[in-house]
Design a protein around this ligand. Sequence first.
Ligand SMILES: Cc1cc2nc3c(=O)[nH]c(=O)nc-3n(C[C@H](O)[C@H](O)[C@H](O)COP(=O)(O)OP(=O)(O)OC[C@H]3O[C@@H](n4cnc5c(N)ncnc54)[C@H](O)[C@@H]3O)c2cc1C
Length: 479
Amino acid sequence: MSDKNLRFKLNRRGFIQNTLTGAIAMTAGAGCVHGTGTATSKKTKPGFFGEPARDIPLREDSDVIVCGGGPAGFAAALTAARAGARTRLFDLGGGLGGVWTAGLLTFIFDFDKPGITRELVRKLDERSVRSVVGASLFVYHPEDMKLLLEEMCVEAGVKFQLHTGVTAAYRNANRLGTIVTESKSGREAWAAKVFIDATGDGDLGALAGCGWDFGREEDSQCQPLTLNALVVVKDAVALKDYISFYGGKGSHQKAWNKFKDEIHRAGMEPSYGHPTLFQARGNLLTFMINHEYGIKPFDAAKMSEATVRARAEVHRIAKALRTLGGVWEDFQVVATAEQIGIRDGRRIHGRYKVTRKDLVSGIRHPDGVARVTFNVDIHAVTKDVNKNEPISHGNLKMKPYDIPLRALIAKDVDGLMMAGRCISGDFISHASYRVTGNSVATGEAAGAVAALAAKSKRLPHEVDWAEADQLLKKISHRS
Ligand SMILES: Cc1cc2nc3c(=O)[nH]c(=O)nc-3n(C[C@H](O)[C@H](O)[C@H](O)COP(=O)(O)OP(=O)(O)OC[C@H]3O[C@@H](n4cnc5c(N)ncnc54)[C@H](O)[C@@H]3O)c2cc1C
């Protein structure tokens, strides 16, 4: 069906899903219902409601649309806008940054790469809101990060809309042409030339009808969720032995072992075997102590139960630590994360799949968009595994390897790219490339390719990586 015919159909009957699209359970805050009128007279199956078709507003002013404003979506939208593409960004949450901000992460891995990663480091340093552990690892203040990301997107001219989730996707033959979002403004349709799925969980790819994988290949078991929190303490210096990389030094392992001993002394057993404190700034620390096992991010009911359980655990352990007195006196939770942290989501099928073999061999690609240097990090998939091995490295030795552009381009649907956690890979490789330095690098690459494709009426797979790399050298202060 041509775009013209599609518009005719939309005008005549409202949106009709003209090709197969995936179904989805939104994770959180997925917008309110704006349905009106009477139920359709069409016969529906028992237990189902026939939602009536209706007209919704359609905006056609974008070259590139990015869904999800975490580390990957932020970098994708920023790059596309800097490349001169009219760019829109939608995020379900109330700020940009995803796990960095709504998830209160505060710790960054694998960040020493050319482009936006180094630009962010420079900008965080100008604001003195980063404490350095090494070239690739550091601790940052989540609120400063949130502000910085917004300022950069505003300056680049990204049109971003918060509290807005993508809920449907419509193809014209095999090409994605229009998405629908839900927010307090109701259901709205948005057309663009190229779309980027940076939802972490692969929502857009699934809605558009792409194939995807989730969890381990053999049994679909997934990495656990973690609800981070910020705590204030009386004196961080007095707690330095329990804080990972305190003052940019010291061992992660020694700190978590000592901290775990203190939690035990308070009579508690944390559900995460490596409970961690990081110093965000001064007496403000991050508190990462819980695991929620076997939860799929696209099961809203289970996600809610896990969040409630995790929040209760955070407060329970904080209260128990306070009872120890001394250095733990006045240990207070000031905020739990707006969004429980999701490690595993859908991995959308791309034109290339990154695999375990790639990281064992240290593969190089002519269209390599990011070189991953982070080890495999698999958090225990069950409570029992957590008792003996809270984190496993998959019994393999990795060598730095490349993610090719092809892993960012959807295989089943044209005009759609992926960035961040939801790119195409297997369970093991995802456990390595998922950290945020690689999310930013894949976002930046997707943004450049999407902008070039949109402006030259090509599809992403018709753009050569060398051309995008040249563009990035011009616009992204690449060093
Ligand atoms: C507990 C935890 C600890 C971690 N530890 C580290 C660490 O120490 N260092 C490190 O570098 N990495 C770490 N990671 C990994 C890293 O944070 C993520 O893999 C990374 O954030 C992925 O970036 P992303 O942009 O792909 O996804 P996310 O950060 O998950 O961002 C996705 C964004 O998409 C939005 N979204 C979701 N669905 C929709 C929708 N339907 N419509 C619109 N918007 C949507 C979300 O609101 C969110 O803002 C950790 C992850 C977790 C969960």
